[in-house]
Design a binder for this molecule. Sequence first.
Ligand code: ADP
Ligand code: ADP
Length: 223
Amino acid sequence: MISVTGARKNYGDFVALDDVSLDIPAGSLTALLGPSGSGKSTLLRAIAGLEGLDAGRVVIGDRDVTGVPPRSRGIGFVFQHYAAFKHMTVRDNVAFGLSIRKRPKAEIKRKVDDLLEIVGLDGFQHRYPAQLSGGQRQRMALARALAVDPEVLLLDEPFGALDAKVRADLRQWLRRLHDEVHVTTVLVTHDQEEALDVADRIAVLDKGRIQQVGDPVTLYERP
Ligand code: ADP
Ligand code: ADP
């Protein structure tokens, strides 16, 4: 579980996070939903350690990670505009985190093959990022983030730059991936339909505060 307690973040006079407390259950796919400027990215970056808090604490699993740098938090991160290594194949991009950790070749191969299969890129191992569509590139980013077995997967509008049809398709891939890997996942989105479609838990933010938290059925009555 991820536990944020009393998180506060100001940018000058502007209050981006106003005493936010939120528990994210282990193994859940939780959406942070709210309008632009409501503090979703700030909260996600605080969980990642990319943003320092003015007050409050962040606990991941049984570890208080407040003040701990991002690389030591056991997180995988996927952004809206993913920066892949252009000169590396899809395979090498996904393998990167394992290679720098000097894991055995056979383990790397097995892991990368598995992940590429789950995200539907098994035929694309030897392509370069420029030869992929936007949706395929984000699927590669998901595989890459998961390769090192992070405790937590953080997604900041990962499908935001893509058109509606590709986004809908990517939601299904994300669901499938989550069903296979069960990693605790936090997804930032301003798209209510996306949150309802993909998340098993939704935290609604507005003006730096949590408005409501619950499962999609309790929060919204579907027509
Ligand atoms: P969201 O992800 O919900 O769109 P953000 O968390 O990105 O919201 O931002 C919340 C508010 O904080 C926005 O109004 C944004 O302009 C402001 N903000 C975010 N980062 C900074 C920063 N580094 N400096 C000043 N203001 C910022
Ligand atoms: P997002 O795509 O997540 O909404 P933004 O465009 O809000 O991202 O922010 C991109 C980057 O710019 C972030 O690192 C954020 O901290 C910073 N930022 C956002 N708003 C401001 C602001 N008003 N002043 C300075 N930096 C900002």
